[in-house]
Design a protein around this ligand. Structure first.
Ligand SMILES: [Zn+2]
Length: 170
């Protein structure tokens, strides 16, 4: 991503940015140090790149369709999912579920993994809508997905922590 820095005398301390036509425009005060500016550019770049990635992944693949297929197969089509989409800021957790809202986010890292691993994560997060914990009853439902154990092993090997409670949003 190309960046263009616009320095302004009117700006005192704050730096802002906007993204247009593939270019990141950075608006910075004249007095900002090069070191600070480099850091700020790096952060904005990361933020815009993640936003772009998220958009691209969700255009490429409609996770709602995947979730509805899994809903029919494992929940008799009865599970209420408000929304499901890829997120680009989940590096350490494979996904997350806000069970109150019925919203699910899936890590961008799953987009590059085999479909059966991604489907496992989707099923895992879907079960959290009715079981917001990692209790025995939670795993009983999850294990209806036949490749659950294998998928968990796969995710551990990729550095994810399948037992962490961090995928449950409170
Ligand atoms: Zn979980």
């Amino acid at each position: 991503m190309e960046t263009k820095v616009i320095r302004s005398h009117r700006r005192r301390r704050t730096v802002s940015a906007r993204f247009a036509d593939g270019i990141i425009y950075i608006y910075a005060p004249v007095g900002i140090s090069d070191e600070k500016l480099t850091e700020v550019i790096k952060n904005f770049k990361r933020r815009f790149e993640r936003r772009k990635l998220k958009k691209e992944l969700n255009i490429k693949e409609n996770l709602n369709e995947v979730a509805q297929r899994l809903n029919k197969k494992y929940f008799g089509g009865k599970l209420k999912i408000e929304s499901i989409e890829y997120a680009a800021n989940q590096d350490k957790i494979f996904g997350s579920c806000n069970y109150r809202r019925g919203t699910i986010r899936i890590s961008h890292r799953l987009a590059e993994m085999p479909q059966w691993v991604r489907d496992y994560v989707i099923v895992h997060e879907m079960v959290h809508i009715i079981q917001p914990n990692h209790s025995k009853s939670f795993w009983d439902i999850v294990s209806q997905y036949k490749l659950a154990e294998r998928a968990r092993g796969y995710l551990i090997a990729k550095g994810f922590e399948p037992e962490a409670e961090s995928d449950i949003e409170i």
